[in-house]
Ligand binder design. Structure first.
Ligand code: CTP
Ligand code: ZN
Length: 152
């Protein structure tokens, strides 16, 4: 850790720092990772200056190390997120998120006639494009793109 740099949110001893979250996606990331249900110490900052994103958010979760499968669920709302694994105050690993092959829950199907929109059925999609995310619904086969995607 560089001593000279000012940190907007205090350093943590052990855990995960998720950086480069678009500010507008902060609460979606909290929801997707179910951070409201864990008892660990969590700090976050939002509307921080970022050259790349305009306004970014950062989340620091003490004592939690996520499985790749779980963390990749945030790729739909924070495709440029960077993970820093912290042990004994040092960054021991950096990871980027990857859009998974299948998405269960998280997104709504854009087809108003889809069963998932009028019955209590969890959405399921196959990711048919990872760059400009496009999801094919398991139930109605319609494509939901990033532009018309809403998060549950
Ligand atoms: N961090 C932290 N606690 C620590 C060490 C680092 O919260 N004990 C945070 C830093 O605030 C930063 C992130 O982890 O947001 C990555 O740390 P570092 O690699 O030192 O910063 P940068 O070089 O700015 O990383 P990058 O450019 O990859 O974002
Ligand atoms: Zn559907």
């Amino acid at each position: 850790m560089k001593e000279s740099k000012l940190m907007s949110v205090s350093a943590i001893q052990n855990g995960t720092v998720i950086d480069h979250i678009p500010a507008s996606s902060l609460f979606k990331v909290i929801q997707i990772l179910r951070l409201d249900r864990i008892e660990n110490q969590i700090t976050f900052g939002t509307n921080l200056e970022s050259d790349k994103l305009g306004r970014k958010a950062i989340i620091k979760i003490s004592g939690v190390f996520f499985e790749d499968e779980d963390i990749n669920r945030i790729a739909l709302v924070a495709p440029d997120a960077k993970l820093n694994i912290i042990k004994d105050y040092e960054v021991v690993e950096k990871k980027v998120v990857e859009v998974p092959d299948n998405i269960i829950g998280i997104a709504k199907c854009m087809n108003p006639k889809c069963i998932t929109n009028f019955e209590n059925v969890i959405t399921r999609f196959r990711v048919v494009s990872k760059k400009n995310v496009a999801l094919k619904c398991h139930y109605c086969e319609k494509i939901t793109t990033q532009e018309n995607m809403s998060i549950i």
